[in-house]
Design a protein around this ligand. Structure first.
Ligand SMILES: C[S@@+](CC[C@H](N)C(=O)[O-])C[C@H]1O[C@@H](n2cnc3c(N)ncnc32)[C@H](O)[C@@H]1O
Length: 563
């Protein structure tokens, strides 16, 4: 079997989503898809330079399929004619054959439609193009979305190209047929793939996922998952396998162990964890954690319509002669300044003295002072009243201020979302969320939550419930934030009693960027002493959070403390 060939023109290949599959993976998937059936008909809908066609044709011939009938059994489609030319050359060199079709796969009617050029397949194999939604545009995107819709899967415009391709490809499959594909691991984690996850469970009688610990494609950054599915009628559970790399696939034949039942809806990010870590996370969560929503509902910050106008520095305030009564103190835009466990009056004053925008314009409705008129004049010159949000309110210059919350919640994070006590009692803008504690929350909650949230279960929960954005940023909308696991009120009280005397030291460590030491200390007290987990269990949870964080950030090395 020939090895995958290096790219000739990397940029053009990237635009077509052309990352060729290592032959060990293609062999494994083709062997499984064909099983022992010498008559199997197999389709690779985006065959590129025939890695899968070579594997399937070779396997069929091994099983006794006549060489001169292979073009009735092995089918490859690709829109790139030069790839198909190489594909045919390679097949011929091996004494193999296939029927190759140069076409946009989304333009090919499926067997249930008129004019389908292909028979129904026993197996669909391959590695669909991975083109992100930003590049996956125009006609080709519309065609792909309507092809998926034909199969009852409604994808949104954020879907990358592989999603619709997978669905359309399965329309060529017999009801009892087999699917064996390489897909991006984001299948498990991103919101736009939710309809695909639901459809996989609905369409197939058995779904197996194989996850790799190491990257498998030298020229593509995406981690991949192998999806091996068969039969029809739906399934409750998946089988899940973790392997180091493609070499480990050799030993795997029968997909019949490690059944998991994924959540009915939502992301399957936790499937990226080894079974024992996932089960431990689930158990500890059920026994000792509640959701953040139990303590209070995360809410959006003030939307001004033009933060750079409505948020003022002290210097601007003085320049226009605005009084403090015409403004409301706020935590300035952004969250970089929220480094410690609380945001204090002293922090606010330091930011004010450093020239940060610590005030929000918030005059009384009947304010008619000269100072305000002068400042509004500047806004008019800058076109602020035309901003969408300003047009929608009256007067345009009075943002609908959100009351000061008990805690701030940083919803865009690199490492982990933070809860910060709002000791300064300021309001805030929409660069963070706020949390007002429920009346029945423990009295210590506003001091204890920021520290105790720095435990491995909560951090792991953030990776599981949050969305991963470009550059590895983790985002949590209020609905996702409210699902974040937090120690139960009982556990919170006990752990806080043990830690409250160290609060000052831990706060300083956090402000110095030594968050790993703090998280370790919190794990020691909360997970080990209060909840009684073993050292191994606490370590497993720590490693699980670390591995998902690193997977998200796309870094393979462990971060140094504070790094
Ligand atoms: C990820 S590569 C995989 C190729 C091959 N199956 C493999 O695994 O090595 C994706 C291939 O899809 C082709 N492709 C992209 N969009 C396509 C479309 N709409 N219809 C058919 N082929 C397409 C590209 O030309 C590229 O060869």
């Amino acid at each position: 079997m020939s090895e995958a060939r290096p790219p000739v023109t990397p940029n053009l290949r990237k635009a077509r989503g052309a990352f060729f599959t290592p032959s060990a993976i293609a062999d494994f998937l083709s062997d499984w898809a064909i099983g022992d059936d010498p008559d199997a008909k197999v389709l690779d809908p985006t065959c590129g330079e025939a890695v899968f066609l070579l594997s399937t044709a070779a396997r069929l011939r091994e099983l006794g399929a006549p060489a001169n009938a292979l073009d009735q059994q092995v089918f490859g489609v690709d829109l790139h004619q030069p790839s198909l030319d190489s594909a045919m050359g390679l097949l011929e060199t091996e004494g193999l054959d296939a029927r190759l079709i140069a076409a946009d796969f989304f333009g090919l009617p499926s067997p249930s439609q008129l004019g389908c050029p292909l028979p129904e397949m026993d197996a669909v194999v391959g590695n669909p193009p991975y083109v992100r939604y930003q590049q996956h545009v125009g006609d080709s995107r519309s065609r792909s979305l309507s092809a998926a819709l034909q199969q009852g899967v409604r994808l949104n415009r954020l879907a990358s190209s592989w999603a619709a391709l997978l669905v359309h490809a399965c329309a060529f499959l017999k009801p009892e047929g087999r699917l064996a594909m390489v897909l991006p691991a984001e299948l498990l984690t991103v919101n736009y793939a939710e309809p695909i996850r639901l459809w996989l469970r609905r369409r197939f009688a058995a779904v197996n996922l194989v996850l790799f610990e190491r990257l498998q494609f030298a020229d593509a950054q995406e981690k991949v998952v192998l999806v091996v599915a068969q039969g029809s009628g739906g399934c409750d559970a998946f089988s899940l396998y973790h392997v180091e790399d493609a070499e480990d696939l050799r030993g795997m034949r029968h997909f019949n162990h490690l059944t998991v039942v994924p959540e009915d809806e939502g992301k399957w990010t936790d499937l990226l964890l080894p079974l024992r870590q996932r089960q431990l996370f689930k158990r500890v969560n059920q026994e000792h954690f509640v959701t953040l929503g139990t303590y209070g509902a995360p809410t959006l910050g003030t939307v001004t319509g033009a933060n750079d106008y409505f948020a003022l520095s002290e210097a601007t305030r003085l320049e226009y002669g605005l009084s403090e009564g015409q403004l409301a103190p706020i935590s300035p835009p952004g969250t970089k300044h929220l480094r410690g466990l609380s945001f204090t009056r002293r922090d606010w004053e330091a930011l004010r003295d450093a020239g940060e925008a610590v005030w929000l314009l918030y005059p009384l409705v009947d304010d008619d002072t000269e100072a305000l008129r002068a400042y509004l004049g500047i806004g008019e010159v800058r076109g602020v009243p035309e901003a969408y949000k300003c047009q929608k309110r009256s007067p345009w210059w009075r943002p609908p201020i959100v009351p000061a919350p008990d805690l701030f919640f940083t919803y865009m994070s690199h490492r982990y979302p933070k809860l910060v006590r709002n000791s300064a009692k300021t309001s805030f803008l929409n660069s963070m969320h706020g949390l007002r504690l429920r009346e029945d929350a423990p009295k210590s909650a506003s001091s204890a939550l920021p520290l105790l949230a720095l435990n491995s279960v909560t951090m792991l929960g953030a990776e599981v419930h949050g969305r991963s954005y470009g550059g590895g940023v983790l985002k949590m909308e209020p609905r996702e934030a409210s699902k974040l696991p937090m120690p139960s009120p009982e556990a919170l009280r006990s752990a806080w009693n043990l830690l409250r005397n160290e609060k000052g030291t831990l706060d300083r460590q956090l402000r110095d960027g030594r968050w790993i030491s703090v998280a370790k200390r919190v794990d020691e007290v909360l997970l080990r002493r209060v909840l009684g987990l073993s050292p191994n269990e606490a370590q497993e949870l720590y490693e699980a959070a670390l591995s998902l964080r690193e997977r998200r950030i796309g870094r393979e090395t462990k971060p140094a403390d504070g790094g």
